[in-house]
Design a protein around this ligand. Sequence first.
Ligand SMILES: [Zn+2]
Ligand SMILES: [Zn+2]
Length: 465
Amino acid sequence: MFDSGELQAMSDEVLVDALRRAHGAAAFAQAAEVRAVRELYRRRRGEKRHGGAAAGEFAAAEATAAVYVGEQVAAALIDVGLGLDELPQTAAAFESGLIDLARAQVIVAAVRDLPVEVLAEVERTLVETAARSTPARLRQTARRWVTKIDPGGEQRRREQRELDRDVRISALQDGVALFDGVLPAMGAQVVANRLREMGSRVCAEDPRSVAQRRADALVALAQGDEMLACACGRAECPAGAAPEGVPRALVQVGVSVEALAGLTEDPGLLAGYGPVDAALVRRIAEQARLQVVSERGDSGDEARRAIEGQCRFPGCTVAAAECVMEAVDSRGENPRGGHGRGGAGRSASHHDSAVVGSTVALCSHHHRLRSSAGGWRVRRLDGDRLSWSSPTGDRHTTVREGARYLFPHIDSEAPESRIDTAAMVSPTPQPGLDLTYPIAAHRLTHRQLAGSTPEDAATEGPVAW
Ligand SMILES: [Zn+2]
Ligand SMILES: [Zn+2]
């Protein structure tokens, strides 16, 4: 495509365009790989000797031997290929390089439980969104819409999936062990927020990274300690004084008043996690402190964070509760230090109160990126939309994610369809996750592909394709 000499000679704009073309070409090649492995599967299925589950295993084993991916990865690629058979718009976008494997995989996984009668409408909006989203953002939007379309089915699937909860520890080499598992979303946020909170209460001289403190906090919790001991080693360390009592871990959920009252089934946003069904929100709310957020109002820092929902940088999914709030106006200034330069003689605080909702959430990483001389410019287009322009002039628009949960009527791109698949949810447990290769965590839609245990292999039944 281009060698490093050609790349070095390019202007920034041409270089970014080259990056975009290379990514599209990689997606084109990924689509070809998925089609090839799916065709291998079709052939093995057609042969009498490999009926049922065995066809998936044989095809996956052959793909593994041919290109040296893990068998789970090969099975996931076949599964994506089978999913794309039902999703012609997604397949076309993937094959033209408009979306890559990661985003095609998100769409296949998001719609796998929806019946065909609503697929076409949902798929169209998802493909449009995918073309301008990162996989993480796309997954959140897709989960929000699927939960809106099929709240009963989502609730049922969550209840089934919660049965798979598990925590595992396995030895790695070099004296460490892998600690992983599956927790209900709410419980996971309680753990995550508690570990973060414990890790944040050491003094500034503590030599450990945030990640190391999180790990140490988990062990401290298991030992029955309420605090993580500071590791600065100073006798005069101020972090030693334990506060009275330990605060409960704070978990935040944004939801519409109507869904909270049971009048609608629009999903809520569990901060740091993503969309959750209204039934779960109502259960959480039984023990929650409620704060009303008005759609018009400029009602304080917490309310603004709830409306923002997440960091406003394109593609970022850091919860607004973890962000700094900073002013952005409609002129596209690039202020340093987190506040407007106060053009036209106005102070930052005056400016804040003069324009309703003029502060936006930015995680500390993107706050630094905006404040540095990196050349990112941001300006407010209206009450909802921010326009970002990259150093090379690419434009990206981001919206208030939290507001789409608090005020569902503004989620205007969401599909209109409503169905209920609760009765169709199968209680079949899912195969375990392998966190070592991202695509292997793909939850197989076509469960016959995972027939790698004797029990599974024994249950060959009629299949749908
Ligand atoms: Zn200390
Ligand atoms: Zn961010």
